[in-house]
Design a protein around this ligand. Structure first.
Ligand code: HEC
Length: 485
């Protein structure tokens, strides 16, 4: 049997030449100290990668059932949760291993930062690592949107509102992301493509480059106080270190494998005990006081916004994250030489401590704050005075309903207000009273762009609202009498 296997192996290898390429890679020498007890510092990168492969595997499983259509996504998740044998477990593993992947990437980065492993000649490895973090977060966000529940809807609302604040490009970016000016069926298709093709493709590409650098420039030695990095002498010293090195295929690989196995077991246990996340109810934009929360990797932004004065929202949503990312990218360019040991780098240690505490406190605030973002970027503007200057009392009451039910968030009057729905300035000349009431009661059928207000508006309010809408006509135009299609 063994001889037979070896013969088949040789047959393939004579053609593929795998052994020639792969064996040297697996047996490449690593610094002796990195294979000893300090080798336990080096396990987080490979564990992140293991979780990524688990994500790909479970993701393919989910994609077989999930329907990326606005009116079926929610049902397909319910199907996975309750009908499909072990469907809930697949969802659960995907969620928990994704969450753990974010944690693992952060831990990996913290370790690299504290050990000064980003210094010469590994600056580019760090930069690519920052992109890997961003792509991982992008996957977490787009994955949350695919749940297509209330949290997803509002999370996307905040995201779109953030993007909408970008000067000049904002509206174009929002249209690109949402597939139109409003969150609708096209939005889900876009995020599906983003989550299963674009982001994973980018992630694997950047990961390949990251690994290439790890292999060609080698892993850093565990830092020793007093041993400074000097780009002029580093390469020769590292070369000497490797000559006394040990093959990666051995102690180091064993540690990686053991830790990765433990992480996978942790994921399976968490998934079995805690179960899948959501979906948490269908999105309903008409529900006032909805209490949406983003998934935990983004809770800290939510906490930050809830604590900050409203005037700071645009700054915090746009400028602050941009600065954070820029700061991370610049780390190796601020200092790529000198001491690497944490005991000689108090500023680095302090940075990690302050960052960690801030992240924890803000996430806690985000999880508990009774706050939801002020969608100022859409509209909170009052009904223009001109519109109601000569209104009858009941029309005025209707204007108040229009204001209180957040119709203005989506509809403009005389050019001011939200842009998700049409400007309603002349709607009384276009639609009959019955059509108007029908539109408000039933919204866009099939859970589309306009929510149904039937259950959220009393008959008296609806009456007043209809009067107000019918009165929205250019001067001298009669109300519409014939239903239009
Ligand atoms: C979440 C966004 C949103 C909110 C909130 C909203 N609408 Fe709409 N509305 C739309 C969209 C989008 C349309 C376009 C047609 C469609 O998709 O159904 C629309 C269409 C309409 C129309 C038909 C306009 C036309 O020219 O055909 C009327 C009337 C209307 N809305 C009234 C209201 C009123 C009154 C409220 C508040 C009670 C309201 N809408 C709240 C998004 C919204």
């Amino acid at each position: 049997m063994k001889r037979w296997l070896r013969a088949v192996g040789s047959w393939f290898d004579a053609r593929l030449k795998v052994r020639e390429v792969l064996l040297p890679v697996l047996q490449h020498p690593i610094p002796r100290a990195a294979a000893g007890p300090k080798g336990w510092f080096y396990i987080f990168g490979s564990a992140s990668m293991t979780l990524l492969f688990l994500q790909i595997l479970t993701g393919i499983g989910l994609a077989l059932v999930y329907v990326p259509a606005a009116d079926q996504a929610y049902q397909s998740l319910q199907y996975l949760n309750y009908r499909q044998p072990l469907g809930w477990f697949l969802r659960s593993v995907h969620y928990w291993s994704g969450s753990l992947m974010v944690v693992m990437v952060l831990v990996h980065m913290t370790q690299v930062f504290l050990h000064g492993a980003y210094k010469y000649p590994r600056e580019l490895t760090w930069v690519l690592g920052v992109f890997l973090l961003l792509l991982t977060l992008g996957l977490a966000f787009s994955g949350q949107v695919l749940r297509w529940d209330a949290d997803a809807y509002w999370g996307l609302g905040v995201g779109a509102s953030m993007a909408g604040r970008v000067p000049v490009l904002g509206p174009a970016v929002v249209t690109l992301l949402l597939g139109g000016p409003v969150i609708g069926g096209d939005t889900l298709s876009r995020f599906f493509a983003l989550h299963v093709f674009i982001l994973p493709g980018l992630l694997l590409t950047v990961l390949a480059a990251h690994l290439w650098l790890v292999l060609t420039r080698g892993i850093s030695t565990p830092p020793v106080p007093g041993e400074k990095v000097d780009p002029k002498t580093y390469d020769a010293a590292y070369e000497r270190e490797l000559r006394r090195g040990v093959p990666f295929l051995g102690e180091a690989l064993r540690k990686d494998a053991l830790f990765s196995a433990l992480v996978v077991i942790l994921v399976v246990v968490l998934a079995a005990v805690a179960g899948p996340k959501g979906p948490s109810g269908l999105p309903d934009p008409a529900v006032q006081g909805a209490n949406p929360r983003p998934d935990w990797p983004f809770l800290w932004t939510f906490g930050l916004l809830s604590l900050a004065p409203p005037g700071m929202e645009t700054f915090l949503m746009l400028v602050f994250p941009a600065f954070l990312v820029l700061g991370l990218l610049l780390v190796p360019f601020v200092s790529n030489r000198g001491e690497r040991a944490p005991s000689r780098r108090p500023v680095a240690v302090l940075t990690v401590l302050v960052g960690g505490v801030a992240l924890a406190v803000l996430s806690y605030a985000g999880a508990t704050a009774d706050w939801s973002p002020h969608m100022g970027a859409w509209s909170g503007a009052p009904v223009p005075e001109k519109v109601v200057a000569r209104s009858a009392p009941r029309e005025l009451a209707g204007a108040a309903v229009f204001q209180n039910k957040s119709c203005r968030d989506c509809h403009a009057l005389e050019g001011s207000g939200g842009r998700r729905g049409p400007d309603l300035s002349g709607v009384g000349a276009r639609l009959t009273r019955d059509q108007l009431i029908d539109q408000v009661s039933n919204g866009t059928p099939g859970g589309g762009n306009m929510p149904a207000y039937g259950k959220h508006v009393s008959p008296a309010e609806m009456d007043a609202l209809a009067d107000f809408l019918v009165a929205l006509r250019p001067a001298g135009r009669p109300p519409s009498r014939t239903p239009t299609q």
